[in-house]
Design a protein around this ligand. Structure first.
Ligand code: SF4
Ligand code: SF4
Length: 722
């Protein structure tokens, strides 16, 4: 090809590929910008944020938890960073090929770098290209093997990119090998070249070809390499590989809080509650969808997915992306300025326009129709939308948040935002929730037990209430306000936990009192089931009640109360130090304040089930285990524990809803507990208590596996005189 034409063609192809890539990426950025702002601070502590990029992107901290996958990704990441320098050289060679028309050589690093540096450059390119080629081959074989569950079903997108990588580096070696051969035949260059061991081997295998044939092969290798490289660049924004661009910014803007929170609602200022269109989600949640690497880690951590429900966190993100990018993009952007911000005066018109593709679907699933429901429970006929069965399946366990290598945390919050829209705007929710909502509204208790029954559990125990203390001595400050919780006040099994805890507290001479009949539900089940209005009402009432009393800390046995009182009541003006009883028990035992008879239950094998709202939400992994160690039991861990703990199935308000689809989450967890061979599974949450107890019943294992709260295990070992 004439040199000038060669340069012009290279220029045209490069400009087209990168122009296409950049306009697509810009459009994605505009679509992300159509999301709502919220009041989250996502740019504070820049040093910490930059540190996350270092550890998670460049250190691959989370990806390396799956060792082989991590090593493959490290080969891709660092391979591309270094090999990118070589790709630039190849393109520059094409752009400057016209110099040949003037008797000069096209650009090459060798023409500007010292010989030693050129040799280092060649060696790095040679070895890393071979490493990436090997990594891509292993990655493809891994996907084909079907042995990695999270990579199922096979993704055509992921495999296409691996083929791209293979083609890129096969053409690379064709180019470098034939280049060396041409130099060898033309200029008598040395073969093998020490700085290019792989290239030398390829050139050696081509030896015997004539110089004209070697030149033709070099030309073909050059064009193949450039075309694959430019095609790769243009392909990125069309596929999940846009995470190469969006993962780092997504990590930088990570949310500092770890809680599955729906977007805040200002009931004074808005008449529309919850979310029913994609642009009503926070921009960060929209960015999450483009940063997702589709690695599938969240799916295999999700208790709903793992028990055959249609919910897959990865698919939720994928469907949100489809809904935004393909379903409704034109319609949304018609009401926005060129960078996606609302146009003045067009917000009402946008709100009045029905989405082209509604975000939530209640479509009936034709379960019998082949292809409607995949073997793993997901709904194939739902594309670009979230089905009601998906959004009600989430237990808000945050397992998907914990495992995500790019810090995507929005799935449970998004599903709660959709529940809000259904509950508060359409009154569309599972019928079983009706009683819980009514109970909380009327009695301040989702089980419907009125204030008069709030103190039944404590009869005869000599537990003071704050009101009684106020009456006696003008309301002295108590150390702990024992927050009983609705389960503790109502459920017979949870009552036993409270009674055991009171025995221990009294033996340890802890100063505490309860709110008695003044206490109301924290509203956690209401918030998690989408009834934000009811949550806000209960939060305000409880904050008002707590404001009347003097206490240093709040003590809870329920991790859901721990989260509401400790983290969420701040929105309603309540700032408290809230302590889970596992922490207090560990402290009391460590301080020797609990008189124990450790001969009782000696040698008992106990496994601890981490409640999601104590473990992942409050990072309370150690205190429960410290309690068990202090009791002298044989502690054993389940297959999934601590950060990777498997939910009991009760969170997210699911304890009030029937589990109609798939296998039961609590039974699955009970099986994990039984597999340890332990005689007792210890819990630290009344919801977990209910679920695990039901699990042992379902497995007919009540004799083999006791379910005991930590407080009960301590109380069982209290010395007789205590
Ligand atoms: S959300 Fe995170 S864990 Fe799930 S597939 Fe995407 S990147 Fe992987
Ligand atoms: S919060 Fe738990 S149940 Fe909900 S999507 Fe994530 S892993 Fe699944």
């Amino acid at each position: 090809m004439p040199p000038v034409l060669h340069s012009l063609l290279t220029l045209l192809l490069t400009a087209s590929a990168f122009g296409f890539m950049l306009t697509r990426l810009f459009r994605i950025a505009v679509l992300v910008n159509t999301g709502t702002r919220g009041d989250e601070r996502l740019t504070d502590r820049p040093g910490e944020r930059a540190g996350k990029i270092l550890t998670l992107v460049f250190g691959h901290q989370k990806v390396l938890e799956d060792r082989l996958s991590g090593l493959l990704h490290i080969a891709f990441l660092y391979g591309f960073l270094v090999l990118g320098i070589g790709h630039v050289e190849v393109v520059l060679e094409g752009l400057t090929a016209f110099r040949r028309a003037f008797g000069a050589e096209p650009f090459s690093y060798a023409s500007v770098l010292p010989a030693r540096l050129t040799a280092v450059y060649h060696l790095s390119q040679d070895l890393l290209a071979a490493a990436v080629l090997t990594a891509a081959s292993i990655a493809l074989l891994r996907r084909w093997s079907g042995r990695v569950k999270r990579l199922e079903p096979r993704s055509r997108d992921a495999e296409t990119i691996l083929w791209f990588i293979l083609a890129l580096y096969v053409s690379f070696f064709l180019l470098t090998g034939s280049t060396l051969l041409v130099r060898h035949l033309g200029d008598d260059a040395a073969l093998p070249a020490p700085a290019q061991p792989v290239t030398s081997a390829i050139a050696a295998s081509l030896q015997g070809l004539s110089l004209p044939v070697a030149r033709v092969i070099r030309g073909a290798g050059w064009w193949a390499h450039v075309l694959v490289f430019l095609g790769f660049a243009a392909y990125i924004p069309l596929t999940k590989h846009m995470h190469l661009v969006f993962a780092a910014p997504n990590i930088y803007f990570f949310r500092r809080r770890r809680f599955a929170l729906p977007p805040r609602i200002d009931f004074e200022k808005t008449e529309k509650f919850g979310v029913d269109r994609v642009q009503e989600l926070p921009w960060k949640s929209l960015l999450d969808t483009f940063a997702c690497t589709e690695c599938g880690r969240c799916n295999t951590a999700c208790p709903a997915h793992m028990t055959g429900k249609p919910l897959q966190p990865m698919k939720v993100l994928h469907d949100l992306k489809l809904n935004l990018r393909h379903g409704n993009a034109e319609q949304i952007l018609a009401h926005r300025d060129p960078v996606g911000r609302p146009l003045p005066g067009r917000a009402e018109e946008e709100a009045a326009t029905e989405p082209t593709l509604p975000l939530v679907t209640k479509a009936a699933i034709e379960r019998e129709r082949p292809g409607a429901v995949r073997e793993d429970g997901t709904y194939l006929q739902v594309n670009g939308q979230i089905h009601g069965d998906e959004l009600w399946a989430c237990t808000t366990c945050a397992a998907c948040v914990e495992v995500c290598p790019v810090l995507i945390d929005s799935v449970p919050g998004t599903l709660l935002a959709l529940r809000q829209g259904l509950v508060m705007m359409e009154s569309a929710f599972p019928s079983e929730a009706t009683n819980a909502f009514r109970g909380m509204e009327v009695q301040g208790n989702p089980w419907g037990a009125g204030p008069d029954r709030r103190t039944e559990w404590a009869e005869g125990l000599g537990v003071a209430t704050m009101a009684e203390l106020a009456g006696k001595d003008g309301g002295r400050e108590v150390e702990y306000l024992l927050w009983v919780g609705c389960a503790g006040a109502t459920d017979p099994r949870a009552r036993k936990t409270l009674q055991a805890l009171v025995k221990v507290l009294q033996a340890a001479k802890v100063d505490f009192a309860t709110l008695g009949r003044e206490e109301k539900c924290t509203g956690d089940p209401a918030r998690r089931m989408g009834n934000e209005y009811l949550f806000a009402q209960l939060a305000r009432e409880n904050v008002g009640t707590l404001g009347k009393h003097r206490f240093r800390k709040i003590l809870v046995t329920c991790p859901h109360c721990l989260n509401s009182l400790g983290n969420e009541y701040r929105e309603h003006g309540g700032q408290y130090e809230v302590v889970h009883h596992s922490r207090l028990l560990a402290e009391l035992l460590a301080a020797g304040r609990v008189p124990l008879d450790l001969a009782r239950g000696l040698g008992e094998q106990v496994t601890f089930h981490d409640p999601c709202y104590l473990g992942r939400y409050a990072r309370g992994f150690e205190p429960p285990r410290e309690v068990l160690v202090r009791l002298g039991v044989k502690k054993t861990e389940m297959a999934q524990s601590r950060e990777n703990g498997f939910c009991c199935g009760a969170g997210g308000g699911r304890i009030f809803l029937e589990e109609k689809i798939g296998r039961r989450v609590n039974v699955e967890r009970t099986e994990q507990a039984l597999a340890t061979g332990a005689q007792t599974v210890a819990v630290g949450c009344p919801f977990c208590m209910t679920m695990m107890t039901d699990g042992t019943k379902a497995k007919d294992a009540e004799e083999r596996l006791r379910v005991k709260d930590l407080a009960e295990l301590v109380a069982e070992r209290l010395a007789p005189e205590a």
